[in-house]
Write a protein that binds this ligand. Sequence first.
Ligand code: SF4
Length: 242
Amino acid sequence: MKIIQEKNNQITFSAEIEESLANAIRRYLYQIPVLAIDEVEISKNDSPLYDETVAHRIGLIPLKTDKSIKENSEVKLKLSAKKEGMVYSKEFVGKLEPVYGEIPITSLKKGQELEIVAIVKFGQGSTHSKFSPGLMFYRNLVDIKIDKDCPPEVVNICPQGILKSSNGKIIAENDYKCDMCEACTDLCQKKQKDSITLTPSKELAITLESFGQLDVKEILIKSINVLKKDLSLLSKKIVKIK
Ligand code: SF4
């Protein structure tokens, strides 16, 4: 496993694993317990949005994880706004904070009010997407073989900017970005040359992005742990059947 790229809420790494295993880890992202607003009591809503729409928008606000909160407990958040303009997620008051404070909820005109009590609970993305901690996708890395007679025009045709000219030769840089669009091989073929060969490698480039409730590395570890737990339960049941 090698880290290819790391940004704020995103990590891309390479790993030589079966696609089925990568897919199982991806699916188990939605079994990790995550906090989200699950119930709302709207006592005042003068905004142009229906209560149901406001409730739906509120449910999708990612909340920062507080490790002191136990999985079967609930947390109450309150929002009380009487103003002219947009009401934002940061206006919720309570033990938990939204990951992004500038998420618009609804707008109010002069004299209008919005009063909400929200109940936050743990849940899983498999039951509702508001409990999803992030997303994961993967694809095979590509081995790019370039011959000496490669036409220099390929440099400008690669949409990922991978192909470069160096000392009269064409080279590939950051080849993990290659998505096998085949623009380079098509151009070579038009010039009656097979100077570039693209071969999918056994390694996968896996990208994991967090919606902010949990750190990306934590999401990966938790997903693998929940998968392992389920597999061990399954193997115990199989042993009993035998
Ligand atoms: S297949 Fe597409 S992305 Fe990959 S090197 Fe060729 S032009 Fe670039």
